[in-house]
Write a protein of this length. Structure first.
Length: 142
């Protein structure tokens, strides 16, 4: 059964209210509730998972429902096996592809030209998503 909760944390402060280690002389124990709501659910591997969600309880419940739904879909085999790759930054994917081409043994000329074309397409896609201005075209920023 999934649930949302606010965990309690213990910290130690000196007489001035500054955070210190518990071994500090004069330190006093302060117990506080977290600012965020946390969710507890069983993941795809049937492991109990606790994760921070949101400071808003309604939003946290919705986020937890989405996590539970994805876990159930994963157990049923209905998830996208490439979902993690799709979320990775494009820069890391370009570096991975460059490594793949190097390991494949392509010539330096082929490698340079392929990466140039890839970056040109990427640059064009970035320009298409942003408002076009003279600074975007001439300075190379988006």
């Amino acid at each position: 059964m999934a649930s949302v909760f606010k965990p309690t944390f213990t910290r130690y402060v000196d007489p001035g209210g500054k955070r210190v280690s518990r071994d500090t002389p004069g330190a006093r124990k302060v117990r506080e509730k977290a600012t965020k709501w946390y969710g507890q659910y069983t993941d795809v591997d049937d492991k109990l998972t606790k994760t921070p969600l949101s400071p808003d309880k309604v939003a946290a419940r919705q986020m937890l429902a989405n996590l539970v739904r994805e876990a159930e879909r994963g157990k049923a085999g209905l998830t996208d096996p490439r979902a993690e790759q799709k979320q990775a930054p494009i820069e890391s994917q370009v570096k991975d592809y460059e490594g793949h081409l190097r390991n494949k043994g392509v010539s330096d000329k082929h490698l340079a030209e392929t990466l140039r074309r890839l970056r040109a397409v990427w640059w064009g896609a970035r320009l298409a998503r942003s408002p076009i201005s003279a600074s975007n075209l001439w300075c190379g920023s988006s």
